[in-house]
Ligand binder design. Structure first.
Ligand code: PHE
Length: 455
């Protein structure tokens, strides 16, 4: 049996609340506030949400528990963890692919986050105060087609998260997310109440809760599954890395379940904040990735005190994005720091500089590099597509195979029950069989079907 290594002087999360805040801070992000609403809007509402929830239960949550177990048992970065648990085998390649995914995701994520940060100021200055999507669309168009503005905001975001990461795991990530997460919930509730009390809000509720499966295709299912990976930050080493900072007595299955439930709640709340208002003012929900930046400002302007709510809304989106980006950046930083022995500051600064380079291709996707396409996609779309719909599912698939077929039942039970202390053997046994069979088979079928390889 592989015993957990005693917590060395290694930095880590210090309290149970800190573990929750950081892990939930990673899960909650632009995925809830930007992706979930626009994908739901484009894919027919309730039917998409139901498929997404199923994927979260059968795939997202099991992979999350898997990664936390791997991280906490090995107490190392995403690559080294797998090497420690299976020396001399190629399993570490999953971790290496994870570091690559972190780069791709951050490449476009820092750009969207940059727009969100910029929008706080634009909203406050009244630049977005128009009820006409044509006007707000101009403001958005001017911003994304301005290469300097895009790059500068992306760098501001990178510098901001780098400073927190350099401060460390407990003093940076944990402290920051502990303060920001309650604020995020409070702001979200305020905007929700505003949206739900508008006359005509009911149509938005119908859209969110009344399923129509006629729009569902194999691609829809892959999109929903990709979202469930992206949402819970799994399939690429973030949860392995965070698991390595978990306290020895933390109940992994329970923590993961709570994070999953809270994350779903935030997505639903974001849906409740957005769709009732969208319908109340006669807008359409299917604007795609621009929903947040074009439709939402017009919606807010249409309501009393709209400008105040708009500023609050973009602040909450920025907070959400920050917790998620910290966890993404931590993956390569932990790897460079622990593996190559570079200091945390140097690792962070070098990662941020490389990210500025990789990310600039996404940032310039609507201006200088608009015509530069691979597989018919701009770099922005390509990074998004490759990470959510290919790399995360593949990473998740192999992580499940690792736990189910290499790490094995005994080690899994020992780790997830805290060596028997938690008395949760039954649930862990169920979990083990799900990750050994159900999750990998489901991921494989959805992946092959969604990519058009099998019909
Ligand atoms: N879960 C984050 C969100 O929803 C994104 C993320 C993906 C973070 C992968 C870390 C790793 O925004």
């Amino acid at each position: 049996m592989i015993a957990s290594e005693p917590a060395r002087k290694r930095d880590g999360f210090t309290t149970s609340l800190g573990v929750m805040a950081a892990t939930l801070g990673s899960a909650v992000g632009l995925g809830n506030i930007w992706k979930f609403p626009y994908l739901t809007g484009m894919n027919g509402g309730a039917a998409f949400i139901i498929i997404y929830l199923l994927c979260t239960l059968l795939v997202g949550l099991p992979v999350m528990i898997t990664e936390l177990i791997i991280g906490r048992t090995a107490r190392a970065d995403a690559v080294t963890s797998l090497q420690k648990l299976a020396p001399g085998t190629p399993w570490w390649l999953i971790g290496a692919a994870g570091v690559l995914s972190a780069f791709l995701i951050l490449g476009f994520y820092t750009e969207v986050a940059g727009w969100v940060f910029a929008y706080i100021f634009k909203a406050a200055r009244g630049m977005l105060s128009s009820t006409q999507p044509l006007v707000t669309s101009k403001v958005f168009g001017n911003m994304v087609s301005n290469p300097v503005e895009c790059l500068v905001w992306q760098w501001i975001v990178l510098a901001f998260i780098s400073v927190i990461i350099i401060a460390g795991v407990s003093k940076g990530i944990e402290r920051m997310t502990k303060r920001l997460m309650p604020l995020l919930f409070a702001l979200l509730l305020i905007v929700c109440v505003r949206s739900l009390t508008l006359p005509g809000a009911a149509r938005g509720l119908t859209f969110l809760f009344k399923p129509d499966f006629s729009k569902v295709t194999g691609t829809t299912i892959l999109t929903a599954m990709g979202l469930s990976f992206f949402k819970l930050s799994v399939g690429m080493g973030t949860m392995t890395t965070y698991g390595s900072y978990f306290r020895e007595e933390q109940n992994i299955p329970a923590t993961a379940t709570k994070v999953m439930l809270a994350d779903v709640l935030v997505s639903i709340l974001a849906g409740l904040a957005i769709f009732p208002a969208v319908y109340a003012f006669g807008f359409e929900p299917d604007a795609g990735p621009k929903l947040l930046f074009i439709t939402i400002p017009a919606v807010f302007t249409s309501m009393p005190f709209g400008q105040v709510f708009m500023v609050l809304f973009f602040i909450l989106a920025a907070i959400a994005a920050t917790g998620a980006m910290l966890s993404l950046l931590e993956v390569p930083v932990a790897f460079l720091n622990e593996r190559l022995g570079w200091s945390r500051s140097i690792s962070t600064i070098l990662t941020a500089i490389s990210l500025a380079l990789v990310g600039s291709t996404a940032a310039l996707s609507n201006s200088t590099l608009a015509e530069f396409k691979i597989m018919g996609k701009t770099m922005f779309d390509l990074f998004d597509f490759l990470s959510s719909n290919v790399l995360l599912p593949l990473g998740g698939l192999f992580l499940c195979l690792f736990i189910g077929w290499q790490f094995g039942f005994k080690n899994t039970v020992a780790s997830a029950t805290n060596h028997g202390a938690l008395h949760n053997e039954a649930i862990v046994t169920l979990f083990f069989w799900i990750v050994r069979l159900v999750t990998p088979i489901s991921v494989l079928i959805v992946l092959l079907n969604g990519l058009g390889i099998i019909a």
